[in-house]
Design a protein around this ligand. Structure first.
Ligand code: PAN
Ligand code: ZN
Length: 190
């Protein structure tokens, strides 16, 4: 059997792996329907504005059992209709696979929910590890004025289910109210 060779990667505090892995950029047009204020989304897009919401630099590793996958995520600061810039969010395709997030720079929140109706919001900051247990969908949000960057590490056979969140959304929205983050019920949830 051919064994992989050990290696090291630099994790940049401002986001990114060195050497770089695979870069993915998510713009507003990639997230239609995820922000509650669809009129605000349409207004921006029809004015030709398509802001970069977040980008991911993911290690080039096989997505299979036994591998340990990792990436950095950089969420840019901003709001759409008062809702902070955020990731799409997902369940793992294999629901019983957990994950760790480790804050590198900036400030944000991790929103988590389960299919049986639990919801949880966890503040994230540099130096803090946030644990995503099995069965919890997870979405991260930038609540600060600068890019919010974190490292994620998860099992190679977890897989990603985006469709469930695309259909149902998250139970709560993280909105900017008087300059501070405020969780509000998502009127369109379920
Ligand atoms: C993270 C996320 C990353 C981007 O690496 O994939 O932050 O968020 P979305 O995948 O929701 O677009 C992770 O949770 N991996 O499993
Ligand atoms: Zn995940």
């Amino acid at each position: 059997m051919q064994l992989m060779q050990p290696f090291s990667t630099a994790i940049l505090q401002e986001g990114g792996l060195r050497p770089s892995g695979t870069l993915t950029q998510r713009r507003l047009s990639d997230m239609r329907g995820m922000y509650a204020d669809s009129a605000a989304v349409d207004a921006l897009l029809s004015a030709g504005e398509n802001p970069l919401i977040y980008e991911v630099d993911a290690a080039d590793l096989p997505e299979e059992a036994g591998q340990v996958l990792y990436c950095t995520t950089t969420i840019y600061p901003g709001t759409i209709g008062g809702e902070y810039f955020m990731t799409k969010g997902h369940y793992h395709a294999q629901r019983d696979r957990g994950e760790v997030y480790y804050g590198l720079s900036g400030q944000g929140y991790l929103l988590l929910q389960t299919e049986r109706g639990d919801f949880h919001a966890e503040a994230m900051q540099p130096g803090l590890l946030s644990y995503v247990p099995p069965y919890w969908a997870h979405r991260s949000v930038n609540t600060g004025q600068e890019p919010f960057v974190f490292l994620a590490v998860w099992g190679g056979d977890a897989g990603h289910d985006y469709g469930t969140i695309e259909r149902l959304g998250f139970a709560r929205l993280l909105m900017e109210r008087d300059g501070s983050p405020s969780l509000v019920e998502n009127p369109r949830y379920r």
